[in-house]
Design a protein around this ligand. Structure first.
Ligand SMILES: [Zn+2]
Length: 413
């Protein structure tokens, strides 16, 4: 059994390499929504699906779906998926690994003549990343029936709208509602994905069971003080907007440290007028606060707003805080977590629970089905980067665990 799996892991990695060659750029991997490369990836993966015994189709939004029929025609489907699009200058495993791993598992079931009662749908989602048009999770939202039609007006850097790009791709935006599954037609959704963080590597574990996809709050902070001469305004008489921002960032870091599952980041900052000899008169920065538990995130955001207000008042800075984005946490199904744990135990390795700080298609599918995620360790936690790496050994374990999960899957309702 182990030997055959080694061959299968080799196949999974070779397919990730093959997909990495389907790129809009000769020098790096970039494959975005509704491009010829999107169509080419669907053809390539569709061929692997067909060879594994899956019946393929492309849905109204461009998702590639392969069905492995079950024995009970009335049973709701087990969905296994991830995305086939990439960021710019991407790694080879973010998204793709989950799709090709699922295909290899089905191929094996097919070879062994095993069928579940329920059908299995392997889904290669479009546009999880939002690289071309900004709007994210397009494929999984369409599948969940939560696609936002306003996204169709989003334009790429050449001014082409998503709506027109769909037409050029041979799809009809008006048909997108038809891509939605009914909740009663999905038994569960499972996604295998690289961790995209360093936690599993630090814990010396190949596989992790995701507890929840963290909720997120994004805010913009704008500070207005008074610009002045860097040589003449005494320290005690300044209204330095950037020094105020620095104190605020220090508070954010302290406030978000020590609560498990809570993280806070200032990823962008700007100061004006931006000259070496001028006290900054204004500054703006971003806040990104995420947590496994919504209550932890909401409490942190409230504390940070309150402390920033105090710092602003003390320093004579006018403060404006704007909420840009807020998404609640999506909990993984306890039933599926238990089943994934059993599958990892069958493989014979230890595992751990961890939240996903990154968003995934699973959080969109969670609107209509219970979902679970299996993380595979990646080197140094690096992702969204060509240096993204996994080991063949970890992939073997991941595919083996996913296979065990599928084989033992029983839908009780
Ligand atoms: Zn991804």
């Amino acid at each position: 059994m182990l030997n055959s799996l080694k061959i299968w892991a080799k196949e999974v990695l070779a397919r990730c390499d093959a997909l990495a060659r389907v790129s809009e750029s000769a020098s790096e991997l970039t494959r975005t929504f509704l491009t010829p490369e999107h169509a080419e990836a669907n053809r390539l993966v569709g061929g692997w699906m067909a060879a594994a015994g899956l019946q393929t189709r492309v849905d109204a939004v461009g998702n590639l779906i392969g069905r492995y029929a079950g024995t009970d025609p009335k049973a709701p489907a087990l969905l296994i998926g991830s995305h086939l699009d990439t960021v710019r200058n991407a790694g080879k495993y973010d998204g793709m690994l989950g799709v090709v791993a699922a295909i290899s598992c089905i191929d094996r079931l097919n070879h062994e003549g095993i069928r579940l009662a329920c059908p299995i749908d392997v889904v290669g989602f479009v546009n999880e990343e939002g690289t071309r048009f900004g709007a994210t999770l397009t494929g999984s939202r369409a599948l969940a029936g939560t696609f936002n039609p306003a996204d169709l007006d989003a334009k790429d850097s050449s001014g082409i709208s998503m709506r027109n790009a769909m037409t050029g791709f041979g799809l009809d935006a008006a048909r997108i509602p038809g891509a939605a599954y009914k909740p009663q037609d999905i038994a569960a959704y499972i996604e295998l994905h690289i961790e995209q963080g360093p936690v599993l590597e630090r814990a010396d574990l190949a596989l992790g069971i995701v507890t929840a996809i963290s909720g997120a709050s994004r805010l913009r902070v704008e500070l207005t003080g008074l610009a002045g001469h860097a040589g003449t305004v005494p320290m005690g008489q300044r209204r330095d907007a950037l020094a105020g921002a620095a104190e605020m960032i220090g508070f954010l870091e302290r406030r978000c440290t020590g609560t498990p599952g809570l993280v806070g980041t200032v990823g962008w900052i700007a100061a004006q007028p931006g000259a070496v000899n001028v006290v900054p008169g204004s500054a703006s920065f971003s806040l990104d606060i995420r947590a496994e538990k919504d209550a932890d995130r909401i409490a942190a955001v409230e504390d940070i707003k309150a402390e920033l207000t105090l710092i602003g008042v003390r320093r004579g800075l006018v403060l404006a805080i704007t909420l840009l984005h807020e998404a609640p946490s999506s909990a993984c199904s306890p039933r599926l977590m238990t089943a994934l744990e059993a599958a990892v135990a069958q493989v014979g390795v230890k595992t751990m629970h961890l939240p996903s700080g990154a968003g995934h298609d699973a959080m969109a599918v969670a609107a209509i089905a219970e979902m679970g995620m299996l993380f595979v360790r990646c080197a140094k936690g690096i992702s969204h980067n060509p240096a993204e790496a996994v080991t063949a050994g970890d992939v073997e374990l991941g595919v083996q665990a996913l296979y065990s999960f599928i084989r033992e899957y029983k839908h009780d309702r």
